[in-house]
Design a protein around this ligand. Structure first.
Ligand code: PLP
Length: 450
């Protein structure tokens, strides 16, 4: 038999799936999922598997990105041109490159006022680690070395490295791989639907008291920063109450604690704006981004620092950085991607897509298995429950699989929430097809999840 590596065109789905099972260790691999969907091509919101079957991608590469849609020639050309000119050069020490300088300048212009200093990474996890290190170093350089604690939230997702993974609020991420990063404290998330978590009190009132108690217990002088997503994504698409971030911000500022906005999912149009944090009154000291920065066409992240933090960490040298910092080809792709988002009005389009989807899902609101439907721009979460009174969860995996297999629509499951987060080029017909597939499967879903 010819080597599969020389004859890739001849490999069908079954053969690829077989090789995949033998040789690939998947992220978040679950032993109960042995089937494979091998995607080989994409255009707009459509993707095709190795057998030629077409799917509607309603989750932007199944990872909340791909804002500009698949198969954009503009990005392929930007990459090709840069690869011919200068594929890579380091940014360590005195070296730099024109594309990373242009991209940093562009990001500084788009970012909330004051967050104009950029540190590049290969993705979100590295960005979160960078922000945590920068927060600790900032305090150290200002003579407060004991400020090492990081406040985070249960059900917040921040990545998979030891730093970002410890800040993540899913216990499974830390299980049996410890010791994890010390000095991380988890708070209750702002999740109004789960009023049972707030002991009969208002969600924000409860959370502010809890935060104040944590600061008291750990000691403000020991705390470096709090990290949070403006809207929790992997936790189930959870926009907080309007007063949550302004009140958290005020309390942190009063105690000299920095605020890190994890906008890895929310930035670059996902929720209808370049950045989500300003609209929520978050006013962070640092913003971590990745995903939509290149629409997934290259691995790239960017951490935005305010001037004080940038000055403090570089003051006596910032001995931190990645080989692929400011990768010229990734930065060239990002620049072309930001042009497309701007020129094609994808921030407005994001809000329009969200409105189509949300309106289409109105009928699903009354289904017995639908507990709550939440949205932020083009991102929708449908929380599944076995019982609307007790809010007992139904795991969303089987429903998401059925939506893909029976209707050819790719959505993702996060715990008991089905998530839609499409490319920001989705049209009205594709939104309607997504809603139809969801509603049809959820209508037939039994409270036991089958
Ligand atoms: N932060 C958030 C909010 C995320 O959703 C993710 C990934 O999904 C990350 C950080 C980690 O990013 P990456 O997977 O690029 O390391």
């Amino acid at each position: 038999m010819a080597s599969p590596f020389l004859a890739t065109a001849a490999l069908d789905m079954a053969a690829l799936a077989d090789l995949d099972r033998r040789h690939l260790v998947h992220p978040h691999q679950r032993s109960d999922r042995t089937d494979r969907a091998v995607i080989v091509r994409g255009q707009g919101c459509a993707v095709w598997d190795a057998d030629g079957a077409e799917y509607l991608d309603a989750t932007g590469g199944a990872n909340w990105l791909c804002q500009v849609g698949h198969g954009r020639a503009e990005l392929a050309e930007a990459a090709a041109e840069q690869l011919r000119q200068l594929p890579y050069f380091t940014s360590f020490d005195v070296f730099s490159n024109d594309k990373s300088i242009r991209l940093a300048t562009r990001l500084a212009g788009l970012a909330p006022a004051g967050l104009g200093q950029v540190f590049f990474t290969c993705g979100g996890s590295e960005g979160v680690d960078t922000a945590i290190k920068a927060a600790r170093l900032y305090h150290h350089r200002r003579g407060e070395s004991e400020r090492t604690w990081i406040l985070a939230r249960r059900f917040g997702y921040h990545g998979a490295t030891y730093g970002s993974g410890t800040a993540t609020g899913f216990d499974g991420m830390q299980h049996a791989v410890g010791p994890n990063l010390p000095h991380v404290h988890k708070l209750t998330p702002p999740f109004p639907y789960h009023s049972e978590w707030f002991e009969g009190r208002g969600c924000t009132d409860f959370l502010i008291d809890e935060l104040a108690a944590a600061i008291e217990q750990i000691g403000a002088h020991n705390i470096a920063a709090m990290i949070g997503e403006p809207v929790m994504a992997g936790g189930g698409v959870v926009p907080p109450p309007d007063d949550y971030w302004p009140r958290v911000r005020a309390l942190l500022r009063h105690n000299g604690i920095l605020l890190i906005a994890d906008e890895v999912v929310t930035a670059f149009g996902r929720t209808g704006a370049w950045f989500d944090s300003p609209g929520r009154g978050m006013d962070p000291d640092m913003i971590v981004t990745a995903k939509g920065l290149t629409s997934g066409y290259a691995p790239l992240g960017a951490v935005l620092f305010n001037e004080d933090i940038a000055a403090a960490v570089t003051d006596d040298g910032f001995f931190h950085g990645y080989t692929y910092f400011g990768h010229p080809t990734a930065c060239a792709i990002a620049l072309a991607n930001l042009d497309l988002i701007e020129n094609e009005g994808l921030l407005d389009r994001s809000r329009q897509i969200g409105a189509w989807l949300r309106e289409g899902l109105t009928a699903a609101e009354s289904l017995p298995v639908v507990g709550d439907i939440r949205m932020a721009g083009a991102t929708i979460g449908v929380e599944l429950v076995a019982d609307r009174a007790t809010r007992e969860p139904i795991m969303a995996g089987p429903a998401a699989t059925e939506i893909r297999k029976a209707h050819g629509v790719i959505v993702r499951d996060y715990g008991n929430t089905v998530v839609i987060a499409p490319p920001l080029v989705m049209d009205e017909q594709q939104a309607a097809r997504t809603v139809e597939a969801m509603t049809s499967v959820l209508t037939r879903l039994h409270p036991d999840g089958t």
